[in-house]
Design a protein around this ligand. Structure first.
Ligand code: HEC
Length: 105
């Protein structure tokens, strides 16, 4: 349990500041992790009336948003914090790589 907590984004963020973690998302692993996202953002990540489209956005932008949600950054209703807070930074990178690789909605 402690290891899991130690691995989540807050700690990784500090490592990032120290410059020891590289952004290298893996599209296939990101696809495996994305079953959680499609219930709101849609199968193709094109969003709907209350959820923004995420498919085809810039990878850096998505990663930046996910890291921010993970840290508890301001969101409309806290939903995205719930879906990112327990993930490792590597998982956030994989998710960003996957959604950025999808065709824009
Ligand atoms: C319960 C519904 C829900 C789920 C599940 C969900 N999201 Fe979101 N997402 C939202 C909403 C609502 C927003 C609007 C922003 C906010 O809350 O501030 C959002 C915003 C985003 C944004 C920012 C888009 C922008 O234009 O800035 C990204 C990126 C994102 N989600 C990615 C994901 C990923 C990746 C997953 C799966 C790990 C996921 N979301 C799962 C509801 C959801």
């Amino acid at each position: 349990m402690m290891t899991r907590i130690a691995m989540t984004c807050t700690v990784t963020f500090l490592l990032l500041l120290a410059g020891s973690v590289y952004a290298a998302g893996n599209v296939e692993r990101g696809a495996d992790l994305s079953s959680d996202c499609i219930s709101c953002h849609g199968m193709e990540g094109k969003g709907n009336f209350e959820t923004p489209a995420i498919a085809g956005l810039d990878e850096e932008y998505i990663l930046d948003r996910l890291r921010n949600f993970c840290k508890g950054g301001k969101t409309i209703d806290g939903m995205m914090n719930t879906y990112t807070e327990d993930r490792t930074d590597q998982e956030l990178q994989d998710l960003a790589a996957f959604w950025a690789s999808k065709e824009k909605g």
